[in-house]
Design a protein around this ligand. Structure first.
Ligand code: SAJ
Length: 449
């Protein structure tokens, strides 16, 4: 298929965390974009020039695209020159396998309006061979043949929530294409707003690259979490040790934490390995990260042991800082395990509005509490005064799973401070810093001298 096709209408299927930003970027780049979603709430919001979730810069971008007349949304799929499928691909928790029903549904909807010369791009994260075995056959239920009648590409989204717009524009992109015309057409579309490099490869390699990136990160975090456990046992500060180790030019260890959440890193390793039975490291890393909430709860239990009817305050239920997304958040397992121990659990989050367990205002979350467990290091918590917190609590204790609060200030306010990854016998960080410069203050050349 060598014909040159002028493409100007784009239908983005799925107006979620990646679909909506992509739709708005394309609309602002001059394409006529229609967003298709089965959720009327999302469609109504776009048609009013509004957004349904927080992401820096997105609200302005959508409003601008809406004003230009280039962006609208619908609950009924429409014909277009190009289709971008950006629907969720959840994990079947029990089977630890991908649930591809939304991809199948989306491909079926596209097939219903597919025309010769159309380009269909899958952006959703999927297990290797999904395009070949499932996506293309679903599209071909239209009676058209991929490669002969229409073009197909897999261009996995790789932008990080919280910095989505910047990364969508500046990150390099992997374009997995069925054939050369698919590659050319897909590259032209992304070039309209992307400043990153575009790398061309096959459909299955593109599927795998995306999963390998997140698996690498998951394993790195699992290692940091193992270091945290070692540090707690031998009585050192894992955060300081990791920072020092990272001074080596070929070492880059990530940070320990209460567990790995979000829709990507906690899920993609399972997608990558679902058709193989020869993987150990990937599965073990998943198990380590999934066991972190229990580790946090055991540490909390040791701090509450002599207190009758303990109450804990969980600060932050989003899966990471400064987002309103609580998918796969470790806060859920921490809260559930605390409840199953019979503790009273009060949860607060400045960004998340919908959560399975009730969220309460900050003061209500702290009132009468015996332990603050910082799960998500939202910037909003910077203004929390430890003196105020102590005045509301029954027992002023802090378990900081992110090593994030100003611990000297919390101690000064009367708190017993405990830090994930810091052994009990370790001198407090402020004692250390009183005697020598912190790692970040020292020049790299001083280390090892
Ligand atoms: N986390 C740690 N320690 C760290 C870093 C993260 O415990 O040092 C935890 C976070 O608190 C969070 C989880 O890991 O619970 C994941 O957070 P994240 O910021 O590492 O990643 P995501 O899931 O928000 O986004 C990732 C990104 N992938 C990579 O960086 C390789 C993003 O670029 C992808 O687009 C996204 O997954 C995706 O959609 O796949």
């Amino acid at each position: 298929m060598k014909r040159r096709v002028h493409r100007e209408t784009v239908c983005v299927v799925g107006l979620g965390y990646m679909g909506l930003p992509t739709a708005a970027l394309l609309a602002n780049a001059g394409y006529m974009v229609v967003g298709y979603d089965i959720d009327a709430r999302k469609v109504d919001a776009v048609n009013a020039g509004q957004v349904t979730f927080e992401e820096p810069g997105l609200s302005d971008l959508v409003a601008r695209a809406h004003r230009s007349g280039n962006l609208r949304a619908t609950t009924k799929i429409e014909p277009a020159d190009t289709f971008i499928v950006a629907v969720p691909t959840p994990l079947n928790e029990r089977a630890k396998r991908s649930e591809l029903r939304y991809v199948i549904l989306a491909a079926g909807s596209v097939a219903g309006v597919l025309k010769p010369d159309n380009l269909v791009i899958l952006e959703s994260t999927v297990p290797p061979k999904t395009c070949e075995r499932l996506f293309i056959p679903s599209l071909e239920s239209s009676g058209l043949k991929a490669g002969r009648d229409f073009q197909v590409a897999h261009c996995p989204e790789r932008a990080i929530p919280g910095n989505t717009l910047h990364e969508l524009v500046h990150n390099d992109r992997i374009v997995g294409a069925l054939d050369e015309p698919s590659a050319t057409a897909t590259s032209a579309l992304y070039r309209s707003f992307s400043k990153g490099k575009l790398f061309l490869t096959t459909l299955t390699t593109a599927e795998s690259v995306k999963l390998m990136e997140n698996t690498f990160r998951d394993i790195n975090i699992a290692l940091a979490n193992e270091f945290a456990r070692v540090a707690e046992q031998i009585g050192i500060n894992a955060w300081e040790a990791i920072e020092l180790a990272n001074r080596h030019p070929r070492v880059n260890i990530l940070s320990p934490g209460p567990g790995v959440g979000g829709h990507c890193i906690a899920i993609d390793p399972w997608f990558l390995t679902e058709e193989t039975d020869h993987t150990h490291l990937i599965k073990t890393a998943r198990e380590i990260n999934d066991s972190m909430p229990e580790h946090v709860i055991r540490r909390a239990a040791s701090l509450l042991v002599h207190l009758p009817n303990p109450t804990i305050s969980i600060l932050g239920v989003a899966y990471k800082a400064n987002v309103d997304d609580a998918r796969e958040t470790p806060a859920r397992a921490i809260a559930e395990q605390a409840l199953s121990r019979g503790w009273t659990v009060r949860l607060h989050d400045p960004h998340v509005t919908a959560f399975e367990l009730p969220l309460v205002p900050l003061d209500a979350a702290l009132a009468g509490s015996d332990l603050v467990v910082l799960v998500t290091n939202h910037e909003d918590y910077r203004v929390l005064s430890p003196t105020h917190a102590a005045s509301l609590m029954r027992t002023p204790q802090l378990l900081d799973t992110r090593n994030w609060f100003d611990h000297a200030a919390w101690r000064q306010a009367g708190f017993q401070v405990h830090i994930h990854g810091v052994g009990q016998t370790e001198p407090t960080p402020e004692v250390l810093t009183a005697h020598r410069p912190t790692v970040s203050e020292r020049e790299p050349t001083q280390v090892g001298q």
